[in-house]
Ligand binder design. Structure first.
Ligand code: THU
Length: 137
């Protein structure tokens, strides 16, 4: 994958971060996922007065991609305004496991200042519960 594609994903994540609806945390997050077909789909966090009803940017992006028929992802960029790059939460890791491409998923987190951190999903979710787990009962 060329650097250009990371740049495109990063710009998309930064742009959608501005749409975040965060009246309770003031913590804006934007996410851009890249499908195996090269499509780029974005999402932002959307909070709610009933706090647990809020959704993270990453899962919003995945839901939007699935609604477009994109079900296999290769790369994700997460943009926040935190001082240090932040990893995806446990629920988002679990959702990524469901839709990651077979060759694993690359995750890049970036801050406004340009700091970044990179992981593979297998590092962040080393022993996941998967669709296969359901067949072992
Ligand atoms: N959040 C995300 O959107 N993605 C993450 O990776 C971590 C947390 C959101 C949830 C909530 O709206 C706010 O950030 C603070 O937790």
């Amino acid at each position: 994958m060329t650097a250009d594609v990371w740049v495109e994903l990063e710009q998309a994540a930064r742009r959608v971060m501005e749409q975040a609806y965060v009246p309770y945390s003031s913590f804006r997050v934007g996410a851009a996922v890249r499908g195996e077909d090269g499509s780029v789909v974005v999402g932002c966090n959307v909070e709610n007065a009933s706090f647990p009803a809020g959704i993270c940017a990453e899962r919003a992006a995945v839901a939007s991609a699935v609604a477009r028929g994109v079900r296999r992802f290769t790369h994700v960029v997460i943009a926040t305004e935190a001082d240090s790059p932040t990893p995806p939460c446990g629920m988002c890791r679990q959702v990524f496991v469901e839709f990651a491409t077979s060759g694993d998923l690359e995750i890049l987190s970036v801050t406004r200042d340009g700091a970044s951190a990179r992981w593979r999903l297998a590092q962040l979710a080393p022993s996941p519960f998967t669709t296969d787990s359901l067949s072992h009962h």
